[in-house]
Design a protein around this ligand. Structure first.
Ligand code: PEP
Length: 262
């Protein structure tokens, strides 16, 4: 059984006190629906990782992620944060390859592969994001774009990494992120099935079918989560805007728990 996952990406939002109260509010709501089968991940900004990780005690099935990491463990890289630092702050996951990083910070496939390897070396589980722009979809090259993003990074990893569940994929069409226009359930399912088929060309069917969760991201909210999560190849969501409201993120998590039948 593939793990069902809801992950909240807070991006560059919230001050310290706001972040702590958002986490507290969410934890209180989540405690009403305990589930260690649906994995819940929250990705606050770097300065809050340690504090929020500390609050996780007594919250089974909830984990903390960073939103990025540098590809070196330490050194003269002013302003950067390494995977080893993230791990030492008790976060367990890291988002790598988010389209905002690719777009605004010009992160390339080559750099992303280095980051993923460094994160894995530091025992972080990676949420690796892939997705096409609207121009690419309109030019009908969206499948080849996704194939290339997988080839650049995921295809370089060993079977043992994927079979250990150390890579979670997030399909996030760039045109759906923060726009209020989500991919339809059919579009999400079509691409998730395509991703799984590509992975089966490289890794064993058992690993791909059982161990690689593929999340959908892009304007996922309380109104559309049920339909998106009901698709056979959609294993949950990476949620941006809606994760900034404790009640909405808790409701999306509840939908996932309901669908997982747990
Ligand atoms: C994201 O940034 O990963 C995301 C999916 O954002 P939103 O839900 O706001 O579209």
């Amino acid at each position: 059984m593939r793990r069902k996952i809801v992950a909240g990406n807070w991006k560059m939002n919230k001050t310290y006190s706001e972040a702590i109260s958002l986490a507290d509010d969410f934890f209180q709501l989540a405690a009403k629906d305990p589930s260690d089968s649906v994995l819940t991940i929250i990705a606050p900004p770097f300065p809050f990782l340690r504090e929020i990780s500390k609050c996780l005690e007594g919250q089974p099935g909830i984990f903390v992620a960073a939103q990025n990491c540098h590809h070196e463990n330490s050194g003269a890289f002013t302003g950067e944060v390494s995977a080893s630092m993230i791990r030492s702050a008790d976060a367990s996951h890291v988002i790598i390859g988010h389209s905002e990083r690719r777009q605004y910070f010009a992160e390339t496939g080559e750099q992303l592969l280095k980051k993923v390897n460094r994160a894995l070396e530091n025992e972080l589980t990676v949420i690796f994001c892939i997705g096409e722009t609207s121009e690419q979809r309109n030019s009908d090259i969206h499948f080849s774009v996704i194939r290339q993003q997988l080839e650049e990074v995921v295809f370089h990893l060993g079977e043992e990494i994927l079979s250990a569940g150390k890579i979670i994929l997030a399909y996030e069409p760039v045109w759906a992120i923060g726009t209020g226009v989500n991919a339809s359930a059919a579009q999400a399912q079509e691409m998730h099935a395509f991703i799984r088929e590509q992975l089966r060309g490289k890794f064993s069917a058992a690993t791909v079918n059982e161990k690689v969760s593929i999340l959908y991201g892009g304007s996922c909210n309380t109104g559309n989560a049920a339909e998106l999560f009901a698709q056979p190849d959609v294993d949950g969501g990476l949620i941006g805007g809606a994760s900034l409201k404790a009640a909405d993120f808790a409701a999306i998590r509840r939908i996932m728990i309901g669908q997982a039948g747990l």
